[in-house]
Write a new protein. Structure first.
Length: 78
């Protein structure tokens, strides 16, 4: 979570009063992700294809949940 370091620098009484609001406001946005995806497809034949894809998931509030996903696939029609 962001702003935890700034919150921890405050006196304990202020931390206890403000912490639920800071956490609650950020928690509502945790489901909001920015996703960038790029992919390639190469047709090996009329019945088969090779696919590669990269996706980057970014959470603006919690950088620890950011992720890169790589996918490789071969599609075959029979």
């Amino acid at each position: 979570m962001k702003f935890i370091d700034q919150l921890n620098a405050q006196p304990v009484a202020i931390q206890e009063a403000i912490a639920p609001a800071v956490i609650g406001l950020q928690a509502s946005a945790f489901a909001e992700w920015e996703i960038i995806t790029a992919g390639l497809r190469y047709d090996i034949s009329s019945r088969a294809a090779f696919k590669a894809e990269w996706s980057k998931f970014t959470n603006e509030l919690d950088a620890e949940t950011d992720a890169n996903i790589y996918r490789l696939a071969i599609h075959y029609i029979f």
